[in-house]
Design a protein around this ligand. Structure first.
Ligand code: ATR
Length: 270
């Protein structure tokens, strides 16, 4: 390798505890790409775009709280990111900033890795934020039938209407049966790991339970789901697949997803 390393960045606030730098730097190393992935803390999406434009940053990831605001700040937005209403990936092509979304791909690939045929399956999606939007978009694309469950009716109804699917209040989850339940809320995430978004008695209504939280890998929801006899999918695979698709967008090359998974799992187990 020679010449100047290319720079990619994670843009958000906070960015300090993210595992994306470990994952992407490992991928670049294995791929023999002379690049580094850094963190860039920015207070607003507009501020982030100004700083990216004034730098030699080639691309990167967008995280909380800028995923939605970035849609209005970049030069070009992909169709999927437009439909989802959030950007988690950007690439600088000769000074033109392109925004994309790979979260939905991460969700779809991690579900398909565990379940074989998913078309026609009903998918209960907990939450109505950006991650839920990515899940609904991806699942619909695969021919699944999403049902939204959310704490706040207004938010849940809005999402359900926009994507033409059913809505139930989270309090009515007992009335919902589905092939898969996907949690996109932050309930159960570090440091409040004892919490679960649903009570144990409703878990029997679902064959599969997936949590997109990857810290901890074994959330209370997944532990209880396993005890209730459900098959489970943790958030590690989604995290790696969304990152692998980012690498493909930035470099036009396939990412070493097994290596990426290994380094993230190792960091989580430390
Ligand atoms: P993201 O963009 O990462 O998906 P978000 O936009 O903050 O995050 O969305 C979080 C989702 O989790 C929301 O749907 C939120 O429900 P409300 O619409 O009622 O706010 C849901 N959520 C957050 N905390 C929750 C809790 N304690 N119980 C149930 N749902 C919760």
């Amino acid at each position: 390798m020679s010449g100047k390393a290319e720079t990619f960045a994670l843009v958000g606030n906070p960015v300090e505890h993210s595992l994306s730098p470990i994952m992407h730097n490992a991928a670049f190393r294995v791929m023999g790409i002379n690049a580094r992935y850094i963190t860039l803390r920015a207070d607003t999406a507009a501020d982030a775009v100004r700083r990216i434009a004034a730098s030699d940053i080639r691309g990167g990831s967008i995280t909380i709280p800028h995923k939605v605001a970035m849609v209005g700040c970049l030069d070009h937005i992909s169709d999927s990111a437009k439909s989802i209403g959030a950007v988690n990936t950007f690439v600088n092509r000769d000074g033109v900033l392109h925004g994309d979304n790979t979260d939905w791909i991460g969700i779809v690939r991690s579900v398909k890795e565990s379940m074989t045929a998913i078309a026609g399956k009903t998918v209960a999606i907990l939450g109505a934020g950006g991650a839920a939007r990515a899940a609904v978009y991806g699942m619909k694309k695969e021919g699944c039938i999403p049902v939204i469950l959310n704490r706040t009716e207004r938010n849940g109804m809005k999402l359900a209407e926009e994507f033409g699917c059913a809505y139930h209040s989270l309090g009515d989850i007992k009335a919902v049966q589905a092939d898969i339940l996907i949690n996109t809320t932050p309930v159960g995430m570090e440091p409040e790991t004892d919490n679960s978004p649903v009570s144990v008695d409703v878990l029997k209504n679902f064959t599969w339970v997936m949590d997109i939280i990857y810290n901890p890998l074994r959330t209370t929801l997944l532990r209880e789901a396993e005890t209730a006899g459900c098959s489970i999918i943790n958030g590690l695979s989604m995290f790696v697949h969304q990152g692998a698709e980012q690498i493909r967008i930035w470099t036009d090359r396939a990412a070493p997803d097994e290596v990426m998974k290994e380094v993230v799992a190792k960091a989580l187990n430390r």
